[in-house]
Design a binder for this molecule. Structure first.
Ligand SMILES: Nc1ncnc2c1ncn2[C@@H]1O[C@H](COP(=O)(O)OP(=O)(O)O)[C@@H](O)[C@H]1O
Ligand SMILES: [Mg+2]
Length: 333
């Protein structure tokens, strides 16, 4: 079903001003054909504004957007032919699932037989073959999102834009729909640009992630690259948890699960630091230890619960150890 041989986007100097306020600030970004790219950042970091410019719903203040090498700056939204799944972009409540999915093709005047075949294919893709005659109100939230996805993919867009599409779903359902979405991406091969503020969602689905802050690209990379080699404090703290250590004037980031913890004098290898357990929090799969170390911020250590070899108690003195590779030097603060 890989039917899309286009969909590479190139953003250059892309900027959006609202009066004096710069919501998107000089963004350069190459989005590869067929990739699952996620814009990840806190609320207000400019994710939606960036997506709206790509969609053509917002004018560009400066810069350009190229689709497969051609500027689409002057192309209106409906002529860009991008698929969209937005939270506020609801299904038509009075239409059946089939009518919703076929709507865009109907509007484009495609022949009835073609629409029927395509709707069947799309319902198959999102595994809603038996729900075609229901109305959206008769579906669960997760099913409605799959209909929205089928509708957005019905006309084989080169690019699909998704803005926090799973935001309204509860955690368990969200994880289920994430996996389905990822599988659908594999099958259709369309370029997906996905907006979220949820780091786990970004890590689990994306080929690459753009971390955004204050309208700028903070760091771009694969989930592994960003998690293992964050360049800034913000990137290290926003994607996963991080301790920051200042050594010789340079700041290092150290993930809580990469620290070994043992009673004082019992660590394998050399102790890097010695401290006192301030608190222990049991979180099911792991325990979170906050360690007070003289002259430093508290250090968080996460240990798999089942792996806890020693009986450690609050107030106890402990040694902390880690490998050289575990501490990653940041480019800047
Ligand atoms: N139409 C607008 N007028 C003025 N400011 C806006 C407008 N739309 C967005 N903003 C501001 O731009 C910033 C980025 O917003 P947005 O792109 O919605 O962020 P995100 O999607 O990352 O939460 C926010 O500070 C927001 O208040
Ligand atoms: Mg937003």
């Amino acid at each position: 079903m890989t039917e899309v041989a286009k969909g590479g986007l190139s953003l250059s100097g892309l900027t959006k001003n609202f009066g004096n306020f710069v919501a998107v600030d000089n963004v350069d970004l190459e989005i590869r054909r067929g990739e699952f790219l996620t814009l990840l950042g806190p609320s207000g970091s400019g994710k939606t504004t960036l997506l709206m410019m790509i969609a053509g719903f917002l004018d560009i203040s400066a810069g350009d957007i190229l689709l497969d090498g051609t500027s689409i700056r002057e192309v209106p939204a409906d002529k860009r032919n991008f698929g969209m799944v937005f939270q506020g972009y609801a299904l038509f409540p009075h239409m059946t699932v089939r009518q919703n999915v076929g709507y865009a093709l109907d509007v484009r005047g495609r022949p009835k037989a073609e629409i029927k075949a395509r709707v069947d294919e799309m319902l198959d893709l999102v595994q809603l073959q038996d729900f075609g005659h229901r109305k959206p109100g008769q579906l669960s939230g997760g099913q409605q999102q799959r209909v929205a996805l089928a509708r957005a993919l019905s006309f084989a867009p080169p690019v699909l834009l998704l803005d926090e599409p799973l935001g309204a779903l509860d955690k368990k359902l969200r994880i289920e729909v994430q996996a389905q979405l990822k599988e659908i991406h594999r099958r259709v091969g369309t370029t997906f640009i996905y907006v979220t503020h949820d780091q786990e969602e970004a890590l689990s689905m994306s080929d690459r992630i753009v971390i955004m802050q204050n309208g700028r690209v903070e760091q771009l990379g694969t989930p592994t690259e960003l998690y293992e080699r964050p360049r800034t404090r913000f990137a290290a703290g926003f994607l996963g948890k991080s301790n920051f250590l200042i050594e010789g004037g340079a700041t290092y980031t150290l993930r809580p699960e990469k620290i070994d913890l043992a009673p004082k004098g019992h660590i394998n290898g050399a102790a890097r630091l010695t401290g006192t357990i301030r608190s222990i929090t049991y979180l099911g799969s792991m325990r979170k230890y906050m360690i007070n170390v003289e002259g430093r911020d508290d250090i968080e250590v996460d240990v798999d619960s089942w792996r806890n070899p020693h009986e450690l108690n609050e107030g106890q003195q402990v040694d902390l150890g880690w490998s050289d590779q575990a501490a990653v030097k940041l480019d800047e603060d």
